[in-house]
Design a protein around this ligand. Structure first.
Ligand SMILES: Cc1cc2nc3c(=O)[nH]c(=O)nc-3n(C[C@H](O)[C@H](O)[C@H](O)COP(=O)(O)OP(=O)(O)OC[C@H]3O[C@@H](n4cnc5c(N)ncnc54)[C@H](O)[C@@H]3O)c2cc1C
Length: 465
């Protein structure tokens, strides 16, 4: 009789395995895991069934900022190993797509055919699986909601090894627990998505320079409903009477006639540009208060005070950061974190307090983005709620945690929450207050994963599952 030690590593099922040190986009807290690159669906099912006590979690393109797609000492399933379109219904704009497919690929394949993704985050380098697990939002949340609002169905391997086809009407509990469920209800294999028809690949953009925070917030409250896409870039370095000065960019896809009017031969022409990545060794202080201040000053000054009907390409409007490959390395070895919260309209003072406290404390953010959210959906862990969301990239520095802890408490008091896909530091006891339907989500998850096979560093850190 052979005796297996309870802590012995689980025997690995067939497939290509590698050892990898994984981190999120912020490059803090990397951990080692065994990574499976599944060649076929059965590899994924077998891995779920064979996962040991440290469990398994899927990983997309690692654009989550924190630790949601890593699993110290356990297994990680590399989503992009399985990517591609399964089915395309061009007359209705409906696609079935493998979960490891990137939005980058979807745009390259489908924009020339007259379709855009229903929701895009600030980078197109995310997978469909990652978009579902975080229920991502874009600059159009106030009119179109988040990614999972546009899913007709998905297929998932749950913790019993069963492959289930799930629809929002047929299995609402399971569907909505998976939407924003951070990969902890199972591994999404593929999804059926309704794409957005577009008359051209150009965006018709209106730009307004706002003198301060009040100015930008009132412009957004008064005008966002007239635009499909809206985002404000805040200069967090500015203080005093300039505090919160911003560039507000709002737009809609240009019509075919508008695009042809520019002389473009193909109104759906789609191209992207990527500059080389920064070198591997970047001095820790490259993005420091001075360089960030200079960048923000330049960004603010280069924007027109008011401009209407500028035609801009998809990349320039939606994904300017993607033009520099691996730009996260510019923060140096210490990395950086992203803090993003949402508050209802009644808590809009928290936006002001956050900007005041962070700029007052000399915290410099290369990127501070303010957006309006429309109503959230039925996902118990889905992040968006009607109101405001503010997202900031912040270099890791001493004292930051205490300040953010205080601000988190104000977010909770206002009925708001932080975004789990970007979190690397929130205090676990605040999570049930931020996500009051957490226990409802846990009940569904426990049914989908009765043996507790799905784990990540995030789930352990926050005691989610
Ligand atoms: C520059 C930048 C800008 C961003 N802007 C936005 C924004 O505007 N709006 C927004 O909502 N988000 C934004 N994000 C965050 C990003 O959209 C999400 O973190 C997204 O989940 C990343 O997808 P990914 O494929 O890289 O997944 P990963 O980061 O690898 O994983 C994210 C989560 O998805 C899970 N997952 C991945 N694949 C699967 C699968 N097949 N089955 C089940 N679970 C899976 C993982 O377990 C993990 O919990 C931004 C990120 C960056 C770096």
């Amino acid at each position: 009789m052979s005796v297996v030690h309870p802590d012995a590593p689980a025997p690995e099922p067939a497939g290509e395995w590698t050892d990898e040190l994984l981190s999120g986009w912020g490059r803090t807290a990397p951990t080692m895991a065994r990574v499976l690159h599944p060649a076929r669906e059965s590899n994924t099912v077998d891995a779920v069934m064979a996962a040991g006590p440290r469990g398994i979690v899927a990983r997309g393109l690692g654009r989550g900022y924190g630790d949601c797609a890593q699993n110290a000492g356990g297994w990680v399933l590399d989503g992009p190993s399985r990517s591609g379109l399964i089915d395309v219904d061009l007359s209705n704009g409906i696609i079935r797509v493998l979960a490891g497919t990137s939005l980058d690929d979807l745009m390259r394949w489908l924009v020339p055919l007259g379709y855009f993704v229903p929701v895009t985050p600030g980078t197109r380098l995310v997978t469909v699986g990652g978009a579902i697990a975080a229920d991502i939002h874009g600059k159009n949340h106030h009119v179109k909601g988040s990614w999972c609002n546009h899913l007709l169905s998905l297929r998932i391997v749950d913790g019993t090894g069963e492959v289930r086809e799930i629809t929002p009407d047929g299995d609402p509990d399971v569907f909505w627990a998976t939407a924003g469920g951070m990969g902890l209800t199972g591994i999404v294999l593929d999804a059926t998505v309704r794409m957005t028809p577009i008359g051209s690949s150009l965006i018709n953009v209106d730009t307004d320079r706002a003198a301060d925070l009040d100015d930008v917030m009132s412009l957004m409250v008064e005008g966002d409903e007239h635009y499909e896409y809206s985002v404000a870039w805040i200069d967090l370095v500015a203080r005093g009477r300039h505090m919160g000065r911003s560039i507000l960019e709002r737009g809609r896809f240009a019509t075919r006639a508008e695009a042809l009017g520019t002389g473009l031969a193909d109104p759906h022409h789609y191209a992207t540009h990527m500059l080389p990545a920064p070198p591997d060794v970047v001095p820790s202080g490259l993005l420091n208060r001075l360089t960030i201040k200079a960048f923000n000053e330049l960004w603010y000054r280069k924007a027109p005070v008011r401009r209407r009907n500028e035609l801009r390409g998809i990349e320039a409007f939606f994904h300017p950061l993607d033009m520099v490959s691996d730009w996260n390395r510019m923060y140096g070895p210490r990395g950086f974190l992203q803090w993003q919260f949402a508050v209802p309209d009644s808590g809009s003072e928290v936006v002001r307090t956050a900007v005041e406290r962070l700029s007052g404390a000399g915290v410099s953010s290369f990127l501070a983005v303010l957006k309006r959210f429309g109503p959230g959906n039925d996902g118990p862990l889905s992040f968006p709620m009607a109101g405001w969301t503010l997202a900031l990239d912040i270099p890791v520095l001493a004292g930051l945690d205490r300040l953010l802890d205080e601000l988190d408490e104000q977010v909770v008091a206002a009925g708001g929450r932080v975004y789990l896909a970007k979190d690397s530091r929130v205090r676990p006891e605040l999570v049930p207050e931020m996500y009051p339907r957490l226990s409802e989500w846990r009940d569904v998850r426990d049914k989908m994963d009765p043996e507790g096979r799905f784990h990540s560093d995030l789930s352990r850190r926050l005691g989610l599952a």
